[in-house]
Structures are given as structure tokens and as C-alpha cells.
Design a protein around this ligand. Structure first.
Ligand SMILES: [Zn+2]
Length: 476
């Protein structure tokens, strides 16, 4: 539009000499549209059905009613997005659930369901590249009936107290609202939930208030920071809720399911954990803190943004780990699932940093012992830490990943290592970044050529060579 306007003005300047007047100017017609369908993938080869193209999601407002008595969810979600191409059709991810209607910019749109995960929307009129548009989807059903796929515990789960909770990585949001399910498209997020009186709803970000009328309690939460879809959550339960604040006023909300037990110390020490990690990684990046402490024996806890979701077995070091993710994984999100080590290797190493500082642990001794224990097990070394292949993301990052980060620290020295831990979250705050960028930052901070080290530890499938296995003080 700007270029066209300049060309018109130049034409008029020429005409002015020949008697051009203001009356000769006409409104500039918009350029013709060339609408095509948006891609039905975000392009990550590990999960090609996840995410979509042709637009950039800016905000989600999820309005849900949920009745624990029958497990039915009634949803009304508005997605605000910006078209990144002229669009005559685009898709959102939504698993299961029946769609009752879709509006785009207030006008009814047609829609189809494809591949069990795509909600394909054809707006009444094509969307122009660069325009912001709102999609409203009304839907409902029993979300716990949707086949989980890609992780038996991903998705909408009924809880022991009769309520429900929602966790899953690499995808989970599409089990309860229409979404561009990819960490590459982070957006702001808010939820308003209506549940029968006596139930409590916990989600991400800050509480926006709660009210009761006609036997229903309505509660709203808002996450003002961009959030990757798998880090959004909702939990409906008979929670006991504790509210505190960090010294800077950041609200802490801890919610405990009945009989979740044993979580007192971890959550009471949360301000200390955040202060400790802020000393390593820079200022706490999230709008709120706390935790959702479930009474469930699921096999993982998850760093749901600002308010991790904890399995029943979670203990203090689990809280350290999930809190470290608030910088590594949540604020700085990966671009590709092959780069999961950016999240997990560092969050796992945070547990060692905590043990070193709080329990006076000698990490070199711990490292050498671990290498002795695992040294002759080829299984331990075969897992790649980057580019490990779909379905293998979590095999090596918690064990070999910790050793790799400690070896890296000894290889480059504490000055460079500490600089990396601070500069990474600062450089990519609330954005996305890649493993290649991480290697580049480490190279810059250390002034060393670390290609062979990274090949050995992160891309290799064998025990690293001695110079990489025992760098620096690990030699002794
Ligand atoms: Zn983790």
C-alpha cells in the first residue's frame, strides 16, 4: 500500500504541471487477492500433523463450561490471528469434540474435520495477508473420550477427586480448545471457566476474579506472556489453594488436590527456588508462579507456564526442575522438537546446581561416579541429545544430558558457562530459539571451537573421547 501510494503521488506531481488538482485523486483500490489454503502443518518433521500455516495466532480466549458429574465440556473459543498470506482456507488443531459452529470476523464460516485433528475453516470472504481476524469456535463433548495418541498420559484426564486436569507434551491444548498446536506460534492466553459451585478452576497466569450465580462458579485466568500451546493448562478439582507473593509482588498460587500430600516443603520453598534460579538465569520471566499439585500417579510432571503441574511423586528437586523450565522451555521455547535438550538438559542440570549450592555437593565427584556406573553401558551413550528422532526425545536428556552440561561447564569454565546461562534467556525472552543458536552462543562466550565437543556429546552415540569426557577439573 505504501509503495502504491508513493507511485500515485509521483504521477500527480507530473500531472500537476499540466493542471492536476486534488479532485483528480481517487481512493487507491486494494491490490487483488491471491488467496490459497494455509498449510495443515507447522512443519516440524517429528509431528507433521501438529500446527498450521498461513497465519500467526496472537491470542486465545477460551471459554469453557465443565460439569464433573457427566464429564461434558462446552466450549466457546475465540482465536485472534494475523494472516501471513492471502487465505481462502485455514486449519486449527482440535482433537475429538463436536463443533457446532465457526464464525470468522462475525460471519458464519464453513468447516470440515480432517485426520482426527484438523478443523478446516473456509471463511465467507478470503482474508488478506497482514490482516488481523477473529475466529470463534463453538464446540463440546467429553474430552476424556478423545484417543490420546503420542503419549498415553497426554490429554484430558479425569482426576481422583472427580474433577479433571490437562497436561501433555508435545501436544495437549487441542484436546480442549482449537489451537495452532506448535511451540513455534506462541500467543497470549486467557480462560474463563464455568463449573458447579464447590469446584475450583486453576490455569496459567494471573487470577482475574471469580463469581457465583445460579449454582455455577465462573473463574477467569489470564497469561499476558506469549505461551506455547502445550504449556497451557486447566485443572478442575476440590483444591486447597494457598496464595502468596514473591518479593516483587509476583503472585504465587499453589493448588493442592485432596490427599496430594507431601508437597508442603516444595511449595513453601518456591520463593527460595525462584530466587536461586534468578541468580543463575536472570530475572524470573513469568507473570505468576505456583503449582498445581495433583493426587495422580502420572509418570511426568510438566512445566505448564507459570504454574507447573505436579504428579503425586513430585518432590523438591522436581520443583527446581519445573521452575528452571520457566526460563528454559517456557520463556525461551524451542523451534523444533529435535532441540528438546535446550529445555530438558538445562532444567535437569538445574537440579545439580541446586545440590551444589544448597547441599554442598561435589559435582565433579558425582559426575565421575555416574560415568563409572554408566561407563560400560552402551545403552547409556547411544541416545543422541539433539536430532534423536521422533519418539526418542526424552531418552537421553535427563541422564546423559546432565553429564553433557556438566562436561560443557568444565570445558568452557564457570565464567563463560554462567554468561551463557544468563544471556540465553535474555536474548530470546518470550520467543523461540534453536540448538544451533545455543551452540553459537556457547562458542562466542567461550571463544573456543567446540564443534568436536558438541559432536561427541550431543550428536554422538558413543562414550565421548577422554578430552571431552574429562575436561578441566574433571581430569583430576
Ligand atoms: Zn523437564
Amino acid at each position: 500500500m505504501r509503495r502504491r501510494g508513493i507511485a500515485l503521488l509521483a504521477g500527480c506531481v507530473v500531472m500537476l504541471a499540466a493542471g492536476c488538482t486534488a479532485a483528480d485523486s481517487h481512493p487507491t483500490p486494494p491490490p487483488p487477492l491471491h488467496p490459497v489454503p494455509g498449510a495443515a502443518t507447522a512443519g516440524d518433521p517429528y509431528y507433521p500433523d501438529d500446527g498450521n500455516g498461513g497465519y500467526d495466532a496472537l491470542d486465545y480466549h477460551v471459554d469453557v463450561g465443565y460439569d464433573p458429574a457427566n464429564g461434558k465440556l462446552d466450549g466457546d473459543t475465540t482465536v485472534t490471528a494475523k494472516a501471513t498470506q492471502d487465505l481462502n482456507r485455514f486449519s486449527l488443531d482440535l482433537r475429538g469434540l463436536d463443533v457446532r459452529g465457526v464464525d470468522v470476523e462475525g460471519k458464519p464460516a464453513t468447516f470440515t474435520r480432517e485426520k482426527g485433528v484438523k478443523l478446516v475453516v473456509t471463511p465467507a470472504e478470503p482474508l488478506r495477508s497482514g490482516s488481523t481476524f477473529r475466529v470463534r469456535v463453538r464446540y463440546g463433548g467429553d474430552p476424556s473420550a478423545t484417543p490420546h495418541g503420542g503419549g498415553s498420559e497426554n490429554g484430558w484426564q479425569r482426576s481422583k477427586d472427580g474433577g479433571a486436569y490437562m497436561v501433555g507434551e508435545p501436544h495437549s491444548a487441542a484436546f480442549w480448545y482449537p489451537v495452532n498446536e506448535t511451540p513455534r506460534d506462541k500467543a497470549t492466553f486467557s480462560v474463563t471457566a464455568h463449573v458447579p459451585d464447590g469446584w475450583t478452576v486453576i490455569s496459567n497466569g494471573r487470577e482475574q476474579g471469580s463469581s457465583s450465580a445460579g449454582g455455577k462458579t465462573t473463574t477467569s485466568w489470564a497469561e499476558p506472556n506469549p505461551i506455547a500451546s502445550y504449556l497451557t493448562t486447566i485443572a478442575i478439582g476440590k483444591f486447597t489453594v494457598d496464595r502468596m507473593a514473591l518479593p516483587d509482588g509476583t503472585p504465587i498460587v499453589n493448588a493442592y488436590a485432596p490427599e496430594s500430600g507431601g508437597h508442603g516443603e516444595p511449595s513453601i520453598r518456591l520463593p527460595e527456588i525462584i530466587a536461586f534460579l534468578a541468580g543463575k538465569f536472570g530475572p524470573y520471566p513469568q507473570s505468576a508462579a505456583g503449582g498445581i499439585f495433583l493426587n495422580e500417579d502420572i509418570h511426568f510432571s510438566l512445566e505448564t507456564q507459570g504454574r507447573p503441574t505436579y504428579a503425586k511423586w513430585a518432590e523438591l528437586l522436581t520443583v527446581v526442575h519445573e521452575t528452571a523450565h520457566q526460563w528454559f522451555g517456557d520463556s525461551v521455547s524451542l523451534n523444533s522438537w529435535s532441540d528438546i535438550c535446550l529445555n530438558e538438559c538445562v532444567a535437569s542440570y538445574a537440579q545439580w546446581l541446586w545440590a551444589e549450592a544448597k547441599d554442598n555437593q561435589n559435582l565433579d565427584e558425582r559426575y565421575r561416579t555416574a560415568v563409572e556406573i554408566f561407563g560400560n553401558s552402551t545403552d547409556f551413550w547411544t541416545s543422541k541429545l539433539v536430532d534423536m528422532g521422533s519418539g526418542h526425545e526424552f531418552q537421553g536428556v535427563y541422564g546423559k544430558g546432565i553429564l553433557a552440561v556438566h562436561a560443557l561447564r568444565r570445558k568452557i569454565g564457570d565464567d563463560a558457562f554462567n554468561r551463557v546461562l544468563r544471556e540465553w534467556p535474555d536474548a530470546h525472552r518470550h520467543a523461540n530459539a534453536s540448538w544451533a543458536e545455543f551452540e553459537a552462543l556457547v562458542g562466542k562466550a567461550s571463544g573456543q571451537d567446540l564443534r568436536a565437543f558438541f559432536d561427541d556429546w550431543f550428536r554422538g552415540t558413543k562414550k565421548p573421547a577422554d578430552e571431552n569426557l574429562y575436561p578441566g577439573s574433571l581430569k583430576g
